[in-house]
Ligand binder design. Structure first.
Ligand code: COA
Length: 162
């Protein structure tokens, strides 16, 4: 089931990007291609992805998924909040990067949890994603650390206001 939320135009092509909430299955392939090019799809899936409260969002161009973001309940390291959510699987195909697609998807994911009075949203962000999440008010906690196979990440945490 796809709920079309809003549309955006790619000026270069004149075609439209459609942003939608989708199933986990629809974001698996882009996660693997962009985030784990040397890994398998199962490397990109965690149990929280299948939570009834998980939500997955995709940007489509025609029938192709060109960007994705997921958000799901997950305890935030170092923070006592039983209702914390984690952003994961933030990925945009290289040829479509730099056009605001990840920003649009993150905006949707944060808007999705807001009615549930979620106060803490966090992520382990790669360097370019940390810069992106800075713009959403995420605060960097500690230093970058090395994740096996996927390189440097940093914990970033946002406190959503009521
Ligand atoms: C990180 C990523 C998701 C950003 O997607 P995107 O659609 O290009 O992002 P946006 O166009 O919405 O960028 C918004 C802001 O993020 C920051 N940003 C995005 N890509 C960046 C990069 N490569 N280097 C530094 N900052 C970057 C910029 O501040 C940018 O704002 P600006 O355009 O005003 O400069 C995308 O580059 C990607 O998929 N990268 C490979 C996978 C990855 O690292 N995912 C994150 C895992 S934590």
């Amino acid at each position: 089931m796809i709920h079309s939320i809003y549309r955006n135009e790619i000026q270069k092509t004149g075609r439209q990007i459609e942003y939608s909430r989708v199933s986990l299955e629809e974001v698996m392939s882009i996660r693997q291609r962009v985030l784990r090019p040397n890994g398998s799809i199962s490397d990109t899936i965690v149990p929280a992805d299948r939570s009834e409260y998980a939500a997955h969002f995709a940007a489509h161009l025609d029938a192709e998924v060109i960007g994705a973001v997921s958000i799901a309940p997950d305890p935030c390291p170092g923070k006592k909040d039983d209702n914390a959510y984690r952003l994961r699987g933030i990925a945009v195909l290289p040829q479509f990067q730099g056009q605001g697609i990840a920003s649009a998807l993150i905006t949707q994911a944060l808007a999705h949890v807001k009615p549930s009075r979620v106060q803490t949203v966090w992520a382990y962000a790669r360097p370019q994603c940390a810069t992106l999440l800075d713009k959403f008010g995420f605060v960097r906690c500690g230093n970058f650390f090395e994740m096996e196979e996927t390189g440097p990440h940093i914990l970033v945490v946002a406190s959503l206001s009521g």
